[in-house]
Design a protein around this ligand. Structure first.
Ligand SMILES: NC(=O)c1ccc[n+]([C@@H]2O[C@H](COP(=O)([O-])OP(=O)(O)OC[C@H]3O[C@@H](n4cnc5c(N)ncnc54)[C@H](O)[C@@H]3O)[C@@H](O)[C@H]2O)c1
Length: 259
């Protein structure tokens, strides 16, 4: 019961598919009211329509006015904001010698500046309320470099600095900020629709061999499941983690072990 978050108001960015959708469904199952936010408003609406108490919001997390509007919409509907899950993220993998600066900036803009804007507008509510939990979805690539994937790793390393700094600012206000660093969700749309292809091309391997290689890198021998990650989201969003802030928790099957 310690991890009880029933009745809390949550926003999940990138909630229209993949991990974000799984987080929306899990928070709803735990009794939260959920604002499902996504660049793809149609997907967000489909997910929200399937949840007991939810609304959808079309948002580009790189656009400050839209992020402000997203938080205002949740507060207008439910009167408060308890949980912000900054999950929206993109990946463009390129060898450094071919890296395109415009694409690199786009990754930083979504993964880092987008997360900052979510922190900013959540923080305003949390400071007013003197409570709240921010959970940023990071990556194992926020802890160590990622082969031919420098923009993504740089954005995720940066987002850990963001969360540690925001945690310091929120602490006097009874609010917390933590990050989750998942391992590879090999069955997610991100892998199935693009990453396996990109990595196979970049490494000159077959898709089947890329999958085997990634599973072989995990001490526990498998990719991450959505439940592995949503369990940690619920914990970090709840009072069960009330003595934790500024942390970036690996959920990687042992693939990354931080001191
Ligand atoms: N899939 C993995 O293996 C994996 C591993 C570690 C970390 N992550 C992280 O998990 C998060 C979710 O990844 P996923 O695999 O579910 O990806 P995904 O591509 O399946 O879903 C991302 C969602 O974010 C939305 N989005 C993209 N840009 C946006 C923007 N500017 N504003 C608002 N929404 C936007 C997309 O429309 C999409 O619905 C990301 O932060 C990613 O870095 C994923």
């Amino acid at each position: 019961m310690l991890a009880n978050i029933e009745g809390r108001v949550a926003i999940v960015t990138g909630g229209g598919q993949g991990l974000g959708e799984a987080i929306c469904r899990r928070l709803a199952a735990e009794g939260c009211k959920v604002l499902v936010a996504d660049l793809n408003g149609g997907n967000a609406a489909t997910v929200a329509a399937d949840l007991p108490e939810a609304m959808s919001y079309t948002v580009d997390v790189t656009d400050e006015a839209q992020v402000a509007g997203m938080v205002a919409a949740a507060v207008a509907r439910w009167g408060r904001l308890d949980i912000m899950v900054a999950n929206a993220g993109i990946l463009i993998a390129e060898a450094i010698e071919d890296a395109d600066a415009a694409k690199w900036r786009t990754v930083i803009d979504v993964n880092l500046v987008g997360a900052m804007l979510c922190c900013k507008y959540a923080a305003r509510e949390f400071i007013t309320q003197q409570s709240g939990a921010l959970v940023a979805i990071n990556s194992k690539s926020g802890k160590r470099g990622s082969f031919r994937n420098s923009a993504y790793a740089a954005s995720k390393f940066g987002a850990i600095g963001l969360i540690q700094s925001v945690a310091l600012e929120l602490a006097p206000h009874g609010a917390r900020a933590n990050a989750i660093c998942p391992g590879n969700l090999l069955d997610s749309p991100l892998w199935q629709d693009s990453l396996f292809e990109q990595y196979a091309r970049n490494r000159g391997m077959s898709v089947a061999d890329v999958r085997k290689m990634y599973e072989g890198q995990v001490p526990l021998g498998r990719g991450a499941s959505y439940d592995d990650i949503t369990n940690m989201v619920v914990f970090l969003a709840s009072d069960a983690s009330s003595y934790m802030t500024g942390q970036a928790i690996n959920v990687t099957g042992g693939q990354v072990m931080s001191p």
